[in-house]
Design a protein around this ligand. Structure first.
Ligand code: MOS
Length: 706
């Protein structure tokens, strides 16, 4: 496959501003919407005084609960938060919309929104994470359930020569895509048209149809481009139903764009977790038991589960494995998946604990992982569809120069810098979902592909071009890709790192069908084949879905199906100031066949930046009195910049997983964000002798005495 250096056909449109995002779409007579948000974390709305706002210049309407239609009730997912705003007097979280102002301009709407007065009743002190009861969440969509068990972990720990038990925490974090969520909505009679920034056109269409009790074909969702999502646009958040309801009530198109502050309350976040890992091992470093208990913060009316323990069921061989997942219902906006959900926070705990065990045993941390490489899935006994973790560890170690490491903490000083080397494994579940796509050949030999999926920055059009080019033996430039419209064949969405394998497999099926119908072979000129068949145009719809006995998206009934990686990090810690700088890193990944090396490399380096942020910068603190996120902007929320990330050597090892799908590809969008925080924390321990178990790592953690 000749995709080395494949460039993005969507690049010029994005660079010149020609690419149209949801808020850019022109609509005659559209009203601008601004939301009035609750300033309390619970209680009820007592009174809402909108008189002054209604008199403000340019205001067309101030809509309150009484003005809006009653919407059908749906769970989360598909809703981000199961209780939609403006459907009850109850306040579910700080920032929940309590009124919508519609005006001729955005500035007029925002000013008028600031003049709405609200009073509340029954407001009580917010319940914070760590103060609530642990509850067993609804486990309907939880892979393997909330608790998994094999063997006797208690006995395994009792008979171990060495044990390690430690508690780790990860912080609340926010997605902050560049493009805030936005919806432009209008009605054409009973038909609803939505231009919206989403991660799944199909999910938005189905969910909005259900909320408004419409047949799905009466809802059209258009979203060719999404300016980043990372999970914040995966489920249906309030901007969609509120824009649609406001358009219905006002009889005019309504454009609702989230402010940056609203992105901190109305599109989810990655919830804080507290995890305890116990490992038992023999003196020669073989695990006798692995226990992983975890609890995450959720909203008061939503049991979002950050499934951190899941990866502990397949990563290492152990005769006994016990995992347990709980949530706490607390007073704050609702969480949602965020790149990388589950394994991202979970692998910080497991891979930190493995590092602690390596020091206890006096065994090199790479070697410890190699000694616990399983032959089959340790929990289910299923074979691995493909697993190249050992290759990732070996190649990464070689490239990094790991053999030169001096094992003692604080033993690699350079001037005033304490130098530390750390390693961690990475793994992600392989989510899979049905997908479809259309391939059409014209008389001039041009090829058009249509997919409902949107381009979110991952390079979807280039990937589709590559698959068509490989299947038909044509030039990638001959393929035009039309994307992001519910009128095109549906796909589950850009979530769970499953876009390329699903869409790619559907495109491959459609292209093969075209070739079959023409009785052609790859590389034959399509225009000629078409003419020979007496046709002016030929179209085929390709479908792909996981094998019929797949239990659920994310778990095959026949194979243990995952992606893997190894992260090697070097940090330099200022001995006086405690400042941690990453000086270099080597990462190696196994994620099936790589369809577009250039875009795939970008995904993995971008993912690494997310892991770096998790390790050293990102935390959304909650005000314990007001029950609100303190910093609802990017000035108060630290993110990594390019200068934080020097010399990153990211690459793939050979892998090809034909059990996952016909392309042999697996997910890469989230894998890169896994394991990085543990590798950095482990490097900080090696540099300083200080074990930091709470993310992000702060100066005070590093400076305190070991
Ligand atoms: Mo991803 S967190 O499934 O967008």
């Amino acid at each position: 496959m000749t995709t080395e250096g494949l460039v993005r056909p969507d690049g010029p449109a994005k660079l010149t501003g020609a690419a149209r995002y949801a808020a850019d779409v022109p609509a005659e007579s559209a009203l601008a919407a601004a939301l009035v948000s609750a300033t309390v974390p619970n209680g009820r709305l007592a009174e809402l005084d909108a008189a002054e706002a209604r008199d403000c210049p340019g205001v067309a309407a101030v809509l309150t609960r009484a003005d809006l239609p009653t919407l059908a009730e749906l769970p989360s997912p598909p809703l981000g938060y199961p209780a939609l705003p403006l459907q009850a007097e109850e306040i579910h979280y700080e920032g929940e919309p309590i009124a919508i102002v519609l005006a001729e301009t955005l500035e007029q709407a925002q000013y008028a929104a600031s003049r709405v007065r609200a009073t509340y009743t029954g407001v009580r002190e917010p319940i914070a994470f760590g103060e609530a009861e642990d509850v067993v969440p609804h486990s309907g969509h939880v892979l393997g359930g909330t608790d998994e068990e094999k063997g006797d972990a208690g006995a395994g720990l009792a008979e171990a020569h060495v044990t390690v038990t430690a508690t780790y925490t990860t912080a609340d974090r926010h997605h902050s895509p560049i493009e805030p969520s936005a919806t432009l909505a209008w009605w054409e009679g009973e038909q609803l048209v939505l231009h919206s920034s989403v991660q799944s056109v199909a999910v938005a269409q189905q969910t909005m149809a259900a909320l408004f009790s419409l047949p799905p074909e009466h809802v059209r969702v258009v979203c060719p481009f999404t300016g980043g999502g990372f999970g914040a646009k995966g489920y249906v958040w309030p901007h969609l139903p509120l824009a649609a309801a406001a358009a219905k009530v006002s009889g005019r198109p309504v454009r609702l764009v989230m402010t940056r502050a609203q992105m901190f309350t109305l599109s989810g976040h990655q919830p804080a977790t507290r995890q305890t890992v116990s490992l038992g091992a023999t003196r020669d470093g073989r695990l006798t038991a692995l226990r992983h208990d975890s609890v995450n913060a959720s909203g008061r009316a939503v049991d979002y589960l950050e499934n951190t323990t899941h990866s502990s069921t397949w990563l290492y061989a152990s005769p006994a494995i016990e995992t347990r997942m709980r949530v706490q219902r607390v007073d704050r906006p609702g969480p949602t998946p965020m790149r990388a959900p589950h394994e991202g926070p979970g692998m910080f705990a497991l891979e930190s604990a493995m590092d602690e065990l390596a020091y206890e045993l006096g065994i090199d941390p790479v070697e410890l992982r190699l000694r616990n490489e399983p032959d089959v899935d340790p929990m289910t006994g299923l074979p691995f569809s493909s697993r190249r973790l050992v290759e990732c560890l070996r190649e990464g170690a070689e490239r990094f120069g790991w053999a030169e490491r001096s094992p003692e903490p604080r033993s690699m000083r350079e001037g005033n810098d304490l130098v530390g080397w750390g390693v961690a494994a990475a793994t992600m579940d392989t989510f899979r979902a049905p997908s479809s796509a259309k391939v059409r050949i014209g008389a001039d030999g041009r090829i058009v592909v249509e997919t409902g999926m949107q381009e979110i920055g991952t390079g979807l059009p280039a990937m589709v071009q590559a698959v068509v080019a490989e299947t038909l033996g044509c030039d990638p430039g001959d393929v035009e890709v039309r994307h992001g419209d519910s009128g095109f064949p549906p796909h589950a969405g850009t979530m769970g790192s499953m876009s390329a394998m699903g869409l790619g497999s559907a495109v491959q099926a459609a292209a093969r069908e075209v070739l079959d119908k023409l009785d052609g072979r790859p590389g034959q000129p399509l225009a000629g084949l078409l003419a020979e068949s007496g046709l002016t145009e030929l179209e085929a719809e390709g479908r792909w879905s996981p094998e019929e006995d797949a239990l659920a998206a994310g778990r095959s009934a026949r194979y243990s199906m995952h992606t893997y990686g190894a992260i090697f990090a070097e940090v330099r810690v200022d001995a006086d100031l405690g400042v941690v700088r990453l000086s270099r890193a080597v990462t190696r990944y196994a994620a099936g066949r790589i369809l577009n090396p250039l875009a795939a490399h970008s995904q993995l380096t971008g993912g690494f930046a997310w892991g770096y942020g998790q390790a050293l910068l990102e935390h959304s603190d909650v005000d314990p009195v007001l029950g609100r996120f303190v910093s609802k902007n990017l000035a108060g929320y630290l993110l990594p910049a390019n200068a934080d990330l020097p010399d990153l050597d990211a690459a793939f090892v050979e892998d090809d997983d034909r059990f996952a799908n016909p392309l042999g590809a697996k997910g890469i969008g989230e894998l890169g964000a896994v394991g990085v925080a543990a590798a950095i924390a482990n490097a900080v321990f090696h540099a300083t002798g200080r074990r930091v178990r709470n993310l992000p790592i702060r100066l005070a953690d590093v400076l305190s005495e070991p």
